[in-house]
Design a protein around this ligand. Structure first.
Ligand SMILES: NC(=O)c1ccc[n+]([C@@H]2O[C@H](COP(=O)([O-])OP(=O)(O)OC[C@H]3O[C@@H](n4cnc5c(N)ncnc54)[C@H](OP(=O)(O)O)[C@@H]3O)[C@@H](O)[C@H]2O)c1
Length: 315
């Protein structure tokens, strides 16, 4: 009797198994093909001055922003560089002009303030802008519990202005003319810290989650008008912000990171931008439960906080 039952179930089991295996193999093939398309073939010359003569980069004098400025100049864009220090802007501007023979302009503003946008609007007037890189961002000087953050009131205002307000207002200034011309690319530099809450870097992490949501929502609103808005979520990159001096495969130089990231534009709306980072993002999303991510993040940041406070006491 039991044997008969088993025999009659054999055929359905066979087909369920065959269907599951085929679906899995097709999914794997699809992942392989899209992976090759993104990480090996890339998007060709999508990021070119055909989008518009000018590229605008915020936070353009160091780290990831400076690398975007160089990459876009190498691709033939004229560059509008925006950062705080006029001296450093002049240095980057000179080096782009002499290396890539492109036109450059600069605007010196502090994104920590909210009253700077009329000055930026005046500086951008009349420019045909093909690419905007909303890169400027600040983090904590060391991981800290929310109520222990030094000068908390100012800290909150400054971080929100630099990391969030800048992205909204720069987009407000640039997007209308992109929409008129039915083309343009906006790259918003969020962070892998925006993929999950990061304890002791809570305000930074939340501000980067804002940038990610803002970008993905806006992309859906404007893609039918020919505009690409991409959310970029890097893990660690060796810059002044992270104080990483020795780049490694998973903590690349900003040049290496940006060279990989620009190939993903138009292929991914939300990207970790660099293959080892994409692997880390995929692995943590699939295998790491959120409670574990929160626990490990808190543990790592408490250890860093302890180290920082001990070193500061010793000095
Ligand atoms: N590095 C990483 O591992 C990493 C990972 C994930 C996401 N990100 C994001 O990537 C972006 C760039 O980070 P980064 O590591 O390249 O930073 P960085 O090396 O510290 O460079 C920051 C740039 O922004 C400018 N800047 C800073 N504060 C400013 C302000 N208040 N007003 C105007 N300009 C200002 C700086 O120039 P001046 O000081 O001359 O103004 C500099 O050009 C940020 O949004 C960051 O959150 C970085």
């Amino acid at each position: 009797m039991a044997l008969d039952l088993l025999h009659s179930a054999e055929t359905p089991f066979y087909w369920v198994g065959a269907f599951t295996t085929t679906s899995f193999l097709l999914w794997l093939l699809y992942k392989l093909i899209t992976g090759i398309r993104i990480w090996v073939i890339g998007n060709g010359d999508l990021l070119s001055p055909k989008l518009g003569k000018w590229a605008v980069v915020t936070g353009a004098t160091d780290g990831i922003g400076k690398s975007y400025a160089e990459e876009l100049a190498r691709r033939g864009f004229a560059l509008m560089l925006i950062s705080r220090s006029q001296e450093r802007l002049d240095d980057v501007s000179q080096s782009l002009k002499s290396m890539y023979k492109v036109e450059t302009k600069t605007i010196a503003v502090d994104f920590g303030g909210a009253d700077i946008y009329p000055k930026i609007e005046a500086g951008l007037e009349g420019l045909e802008i093909g690419v905007l890189v909303n890169n400027v961002g600040i983090s904590y000087s060391y991981p800290e519990f929310y109520l222990n953050i030094p000068d908390l009131e100012n800290f909150i205002t400054t971080m929100i202005n630099v990391n969030i307000t800048s992205v909204c207002h720069m987009t407000r200034l640039v997007l209308p003319r992109m929409v008129q011309r039915s083309k343009g690319v906006i790259l918003n530099i969020s962070s892998a810290s925006g993929m999950y809450p990061v304890p002791l870097l809570t305000v930074y992490s939340a501000s980067k989650a804002f940038v990610d949501f803002f970008s993905r929502g806006l992309h859906t609103e404007y893609k039918c008008k020919g505009i690409i808005i991409q959310s970029v979520l890097p893990f660690f990159v060796a810059t002044k912000m992270t104080k990483i001096r020795k780049p490694t495969l998973d903590k690349p130089t900003p040049d290496r990171y940006v060279a990989a990231e620009v190939q993903t534009v138009g292929l991914e709306d939300q990207t970790n931008g660099y293959f080892p980072h994409a692997f880390m993002g995929w692995w943590s999303a699939v295998f790491a439960p959120i409670q574990l991510v929160l626990y490990l993040g808190a543990r790592m940041n408490k250890a860093q906080r302890g180290g920082y406070l001990r070193r500061r006491k010793l000095r």
